[in-house]
Design a protein around this ligand. Sequence first.
Ligand code: ATP
Length: 253
Amino acid sequence: MSELLLSAQNLVKRFGGLAAVNGVSVDLHRGRIHAVIGPNGAGKSTLTNLLSGDLPTTSGQIRLNGQDITGLSPERISRQGLGRSYQKTNIFLPFTVRENVRLAAQSRERHAPFNPLHWFSAATHMAEANRRCERALELAGLTARAGSVAAATSHGEQRQLEIAMTLATEPTVLLLDEPLAGMGAAEAETMVALLHRLKAEHAIMLVEHDMDAVFALADVLTVMVNGQVIASGTPEQIRNDEGVQAAYLGEEH
Ligand SMILES: Nc1ncnc2c1ncn2[C@@H]1O[C@H](COP(=O)(O)OP(=O)(O)OP(=O)(O)O)[C@@H](O)[C@H]1O
């Protein structure tokens, strides 16, 4: 059995009269990519925001690495091992690739408790942040581009950089929101290979519209429509599910 790292039970999120997420449960295991798919407005981003703490739940429970994280701030949840990338980029374009990743690595130290040996502790934290930064660059395949100014990198490299920035806090669970958006075929291939590499050490939830990539990558798929899960299973089960075909995949698959 693979290790269960994140478990969300019966999540509900209401915006006024609209239940954007309506009774959704999802389990994320180390070594698995769990894709969440569904048409526009299905509730995928809202679900991601609930898991990361960016939005408070209306009801339901979320456990991360065995701890109840329901209602915690995004910073606390990040420090407990959840990393997420955003649809909208967080990259600081005038900085180099390495500087961006280092800032993300340092963000973990922001709320470090006061220590009277402050200078010593600061130096230790700096060395630790550097180590996390270099590891994240390497994992994301960006070591050779680390000295480039982010603004001068390609679209695909910027998406890799977002993942490196997420990895810099050393999460066990990764929530990735459309990491392939706007990519050409070659860039998408690089990203698919990167996500394959990352899954050995992480539990990954992937929200993605590129169905070729989803079916190439996912070990498990959850299909959402109107805030609810209409099917969950292996790619094969989802492909053959008549409800899914009718509601979402249409003639495409
Ligand atoms: N902050 C908000 N306030 C009110 N309604 C919202 C808010 N955020 C999302 N919604 C609504 O909740 C529903 C689900 O939206 P959500 O963005 O989660 O869908 P999605 O599946 O991620 O869509 P897409 O694939 O287009 O990103 C939509 O009807 C949306 O309009």
